[in-house]
Design a protein around this ligand. Structure first.
Ligand code: CP
Ligand code: NVA
Length: 304
């Protein structure tokens, strides 16, 4: 049975730990300039229904470093679910390529793609989640804190795909996860219910940022209007302004708290320049680790 990487919920804690081990090995080799063509001659189609910088660059570069080849399909190319049925393109690409990476709007399209593809499918973001991002995030925390469990992670902002992915991660690794969102913008209730039922982590949903950052090891934020929600940008700004990560809020937090953002950031909205450029910010380590973690995911899916 082929395996996909669609949600962290589909993986056991041990399998996730194994991805971290492979990440370390491949990252070390990359830093030493050692060849690691563990996916030699393999090809990957990358379907993008939404824009991207990090996801495209890190997957394309990563696949090359693994000895394979990645092709970029822009939002204008396939027209997945519009010009062509998801299940048709899934079967077509499976005849050409060894693996698929996709960034789509509807999460059920991602699931359908995986169901009909006979090769592994990696989720490069949907409206519901962004599992590669959260794997890179927790790996980055592990590098900085020396551990990836028993930490207080505070996510402040929209209860979006990033928030949902943190919640899914908290169902696997023991964490104290706090999601702090304005009323009406909380994360997916089913995901919360599932993660809490696993009894692995403490998961709180709060609405007061000053209370949420108290004692946090990591303070994380993301854009207030995600891709596809551009029309709501101005209305959301008014609602979310009290949730901005700025120096004043950082004064309520531990001086050693790390600041993270999946990027792209809207500087001056969800995070201010002095915080994102400040000494507690690890946003560029986080962006770099996208590539190392994704290489490990590709290697695991292709080589077992
Ligand atoms: N963080 C992230 O996925 O960035 P891109 O949207 O630029 O790929
Ligand atoms: N929540 C953001 C994440 C971008 C990486 C979005 O979906 O646009």
């Amino acid at each position: 049975m082929k395996k996909d990487f669609i949600s962290i919920a589909d993986y056991s804690r041990n399998e996730l730990e194994e991805i971290f081990d492979i990440t370390k090995e491949l990252k070390d080799k990359t830093k030493r300039g050692e060849e690691h063509h563990v996916c030699k001659g393999k090809t990957m189609s990358m379907i993008f229904a939404k824009p991207s910088a990090r996801t495209r660059i890190s997957f394309e570069t990563g696949m090359y470093q693994l000895g394979g080849y990645a092709l970029y399909l822009s939002p204008n190319d396939i027209g997945i679910g519009k010009r062509e049925a998801v299940k048709d393109i899934a079967q077509v690409i499976s005849r050409y390529n060894d693996i698929i990476m996709a960034r789509l709007f509807a999460h059920n399209h991602m699931e359908e793609l995986a169901r009909y593809a006979t090769v592994p499918v990696i989720n490069g973001l949907t409206d519901y989640n962004h599992p590669c991002q959260i794997m890179a995030d927790i790996y980055t925390v592990k590098e900085h804190k020396g551990r990836h469990t028993d930490l207080k992670i505070t996510y402040i902002g929209d209860g979006n795909n990033i928030a949902n992915s943190w919640i899914n991660l908290a169902a696997k690794f023991p964490l104290h996860l706090v999601i702090c969102s304005p009323s009406g913008y909380e994360p997916d209730p089913k995901t919360l219910e599932y993660a809490r039922s696993q009894k692995v982590s403490t998961i709180e949903v709060l609405s007061d940022p000053a209370a949420a950052v108290k004692g946090a090891d990591v303070i994380y934020t993301d854009v207030w209007a995600s891709m596809g929600q551009e029309a709501e940008t101005e209305a959301r700004k008014k609602i979310f302004m009290p949730y901005q990560i700025n120096s004043e809020l950082m004064r309520q937090a531990d001086k050693k708290a790390l600041v993270m953002h999946c990027l792209p950031a809207h500087r001056g909205d969800e995070i201010t320049d002095e915080v994102i450029d400040g000494p507690q910010s690890i946003v560029f380590d986080e962006a770099e680790n996208r590539m190392h973690v994704q290489k490990a995911i590709i290697a695991k899916l292709l080589n077992g």
